[in-house]
Ligand binder design. Structure first.
Ligand SMILES: [Zn+2]
Length: 461
């Protein structure tokens, strides 16, 4: 009987939440996102990957002087594409090419690593940055082979094509925050381009809210025979790479092991896919990346920046990191016929609507706190954000993968949830603009903070 009464109280609090939302909340349906989705073109993605494959190899140690073959020609072509897209939007893109002279693991002699960035500066919050990235370099079976044909159509021609297509489509509109379209280099040699991007972001003093790193996004034929063109995997770290031992102690005790900002980005994308994409769902994977494998987002995480890895639902290892050949009747190699363009367009849509949403919304609230031990209520508080018209306090069962219940708090910096016991739920807060754009949810304390104090310098790659 007692249990029934508690359940009734909870239902009542949920009904109250729905009523508040109906009477005060701005519409959270955004036609802009549907327009962006419709503008993404499989043909554009195909044309980009065809061009990239045409450079023969894009190995990090390959030729940089030829106009037709090697990483140098490929970098210059990407830069020219960004310039053309920038010209079409009246100069809305600033092109930057940070470089680093690198030697070390898999780079025997000092070699120039160059990222090609197109920066679309935000209208009202330009220092807050959301990034989409993919890597330009490619490889064959021997990671040091810089001369053999390494088409890299899917790894990571697919990611580069998505970055360029996102720039083409998103640059038709303006956003509060800055969007950075990042084509990285040196991933296959040891994530050098990701490290360079993190270093550049830190040097600029960017407040990085997200890096959506796209690597291997276009295959639908799994090696096991499974065909999947309706899911995309989003990998996110559970706890911050930059967490201090003292923070880890508190987090271990009070929870937060599945609530890093990286994880909130994955949830944010999952929700957008459910709402705005047809026949496409996010499969969240609670790992930083695939088992014992990685990509450039790892360097961003090490620098304290929230990041996720976006990748196809099923992989085909005969098409990754392989010399192009036929052996025992099996065709090996990362050739363009292994890329499914309608599927890649779906993954691109997910990226594009995520970037547009993040950049249109206010930043997630900062200094989120919860109080209420040995009380029947929980008080959730946060630092007010100049750009937010209101906030949404979220809670969920501690074993839930997604935020479930919410209540609006307008023009406030705290909300007390009556009858919601602090011990039994996880809590978070999002910020909402006057026109209904909602940020990702931020979990309380250092474990969940999107914007950490300046991080320690990134580990040497
Ligand atoms: Zn890759």
């Amino acid at each position: 009987m007692k249990q029934l009464i508690i359940a009734a109280a909870l239902l009542a609090s949920m009904a109250g939440s729905a009523l508040a939302a109906d009477s005060q909340a701005p519409s959270d349906d955004h036609p802009l996102l549907r327009e962006i989705g419709q503008d993404v073109s499989a043909d554009e993605l195909h044309a980009t990957i065809e061009h990239l494959v045409g450079f023969g190899t894009r190995h990090t140690l390959s030729d940089t002087t030829s106009d037709t073959r090697g990483i140098g020609a490929a970098r210059r072509w990407v830069k020219a594409r960004f310039e053309a897209i920038g010209a079409a939007c009246g100069g809305c893109l600033k092109i930057e090419t940070p470089t680093d002279l690198v030697s070390g693991d898999r780079i025997p002699k000092p070699t120039e690593i160059m990222d090609v960035l197109a920066i679309q500066t935000g209208t009202t919050d330009p220092n807050r940055v959301v990034v989409i990235s993919g890597h330009l370099d490619s490889r064959v079976s021997d990671v040091m082979n810089a001369t053999s044909d390494a088409p890299g159509a899917n790894d990571d021609g697919s990611g580069v094509a998505e970055v360029i297509e996102a720039a083409r489509v998103l640059s038709r509109h303006r956003y509060a925050a800055t969007i950075v379209y990042a084509v990285l280099q040196g991933e296959e040699q040891n994530l050098y381009g990701g490290a360079l991007l993190a270093k550049y972001a830190t040097a600029q003093g960017w407040q990085v809210e997200a890096d959506l790193n796209n690597d291997i996004d276009g295959n639908i034929h799994g090696l096991s025979g499974v065909i999947d063109n309706t899911h995309v995997r989003v990998f996110s770290e559970g706890t911050k790479a930059t967490e201090s031992p003292a923070q880890a102690d508190r987090r271990r005790y009070n929870g937060g092991e599945v609530d890093s900002p990286s994880r909130q980005l994955a949830r944010f994308m999952d929700g957008l896919a459910d709402r705005y994409l047809t026949n496409m769902s996010v499969r969240m994977v609670y790992r930083t990346d695939r088992f014992s494998r990685g990509s450039d987002q790892v360097r961003m995480l090490e620098a304290g920046y929230p990041a996720v890895r976006v990748t196809e639902a099923v992989e085909n290892y005969t098409r990754q990191h392989q010399d192009v050949r036929t052996e025992g009747g099996v065709a090996y190699g990362d050739v363009i016929s292994g890329v499914d363009f309608p599927y890649l367009a779906q993954v691109t849509r997910l990226n594009a609507i995520t970037l547009a949403s993040l950049a249109s919304a206010p930043p997630p609230p900062q200094e989120v706190k919860i109080e209420g031990a040995v009380s029947p209520d929980t008080k959730v508080s946060w630092a007010p954000s100049a750009d937010a018209a209101g906030y949404r306090v979220w809670w969920r069962d501690t074993t839930d993968a997604r935020w479930r219940y919410s209540r609006w708090a307008w023009h406030a910096d705290s909300l007390t949830l009556k009858g919601v016991v602090i011990d039994d739920w996880f809590f978070g807060v999002s910020a909402v603009s006057g026109d209904g754009w909602e940020s990702p949810v931020e979990f309380p304390g250092p474990a969940g903070a999107f914007f950490s104090p300046p991080p320690a310098p990134a580990k040497a790659p």
